[in-house]
Design a protein around this ligand. Structure first.
Ligand SMILES: NC(=O)c1ccc[n+]([C@@H]2O[C@H](COP(=O)([O-])OP(=O)(O)OC[C@H]3O[C@@H](n4cnc5c(N)ncnc54)[C@H](OP(=O)(O)O)[C@@H]3O)[C@@H](O)[C@H]2O)c1
Length: 305
């Protein structure tokens, strides 16, 4: 199938990693037509429309909605919030993409899947669903491109670490002595946009994405210090206390379970990874922790000069 027609970007109003939103802007900047799928009409939908996207409203769990939004779009980015129905949404998308016929389906997954097998899964229901989703997409025979990022800087390292960095100059996370190599979701979006712009050479490939350096949290804290011009340290906190805080903050059970598993895997050294997907696809190196913290200095309490 040719690439004529708009590129469908799901989860386009996202605010956490906001991969869909950033992919939408990057494709529009390249002059490519984008159909941006959102869950509801709101300010975020209006902003996407003002930027030049065709905005469509729909639910990724409603097959008729998915059929309506995919129809006419040969290239699709599929990603949505961490949710208990992730597998159902993936399989719905696969069924529709087979029916409609697409030239590329770019699937957001997770790097943890690289270490998973039938005998070796993880306790995270989200990671298990990504693993099963990848299996189902492989059986589908669709022209899939798989994106497997490690943990996003925009997750643990900003909303979850930001408050203690602002208040006490300390990153308080239960990561123990494990090494980690977070990637910016802005880099992930650059990879997805490059693939969607010209999917041909990428179909069938799996891209693992990390930042440029794997290091323990004391190393990460040094990068925060350099970016903020003040000393930031790392404090390992008891996982049970952290889990209690997440529950008290009212996070959904599925997400809490996922975050607690990610912290456990970090402590076990399972996030000690280095992959070159960002540079390979975009010809630009991945953002470092220091660059990321510099860009978001105000959210960490500002830079001391
Ligand atoms: N955070 C990490 O560290 C990390 C690492 C590796 C991979 N990932 C993967 O990245 C993906 C999340 O990407 P992201 O952070 O860019 O997402 P995000 O910013 O949270 O945006 C996701 C969007 O999906 C929309 N959505 C949720 N359920 C929907 C439904 N039923 N129908 C239509 N839209 C729906 C949400 O709409 P509303 O805004 O209206 O709710 C939201 O705008 C997940 O697959 C996750 O596993 C994350």
């Amino acid at each position: 199938m040719a690439n004529n027609g708009p590129i469908l970007v799901t989860g386009a109003a996202g605010q956490l990693g906001a991969v869909g939103r950033t992919v939408t802007s990057l494709l529009l900047e390249r002059g490519l037509p984008v159909r941006a799928m959102v869950r509801r009409e709101d300010d975020r939908a209006a902003a996407l429309r003002a930027a030049g996207a065709e905005v469509v409203v729909g639910d990724l769990l409603e097959p008729a909605d998915v059929y309506r939004v995919v129809s006419g779009c040969p290239r699709v980015y599929f990603g949505m919030s961490v949710s208990p129905s992730y597998l159902e949404a993936t399989v719905t998308m696969a069924a529709v993409a087979r029916e409609v016929g697409v030239s590329a389906l770019v699937n957001m997954s997770q790097m943890t899947v690289s270490q998973m097998s039938i005998q070796n899964t993880t306790p995270s229901p989200q990671q298990r669903q990504h693993w099963l989703s990848e299996q189902a997409l492989a059986w589908s025979g669709l022209p899939v491109v798989t994106i497997r990022p490690t943990v996003f800087l925009e997750g643990f390292f900003l909303p979850l670490a930001g408050p203690s960095v602002r208040a006490r100059n300390r990153i308080e996370l239960p990561f123990g002595r494990g090494k980690t190599n977070p990637v910016s979701s802005a880099d992930v979006a650059r990879v997805v946009a490059s693939v969607l712009a010209e999917p041909g050479p990428h179909v069938g490939r799996i891209y693992e994405l990390t930042g440029p350096r794997s290091q323990d949290m004391h190393g990460v804290a040094r990068e925060y210090s350099d970016a903020l011009g003040r000393e930031v340290t790392y404090a390992d906190i008891p996982p049970e206390d952290w889990e209690r805080e997440l529950k008290q903050a009212g996070l959904p059970e599925h997400l809490t379970h996922h975050l607690v598993t990610m912290a456990e895997l970090n402590r076990a050294g399972r996030y000690d990874r280095l992959a070159d997907g960002v540079e390979r696809v975009t010809a630009r190196p991945a953002m470092s922790v220091q660059e990321f913290v510099s860009l978001h200095a105000d959210e960490f309490g500002g830079r001391r000069t």
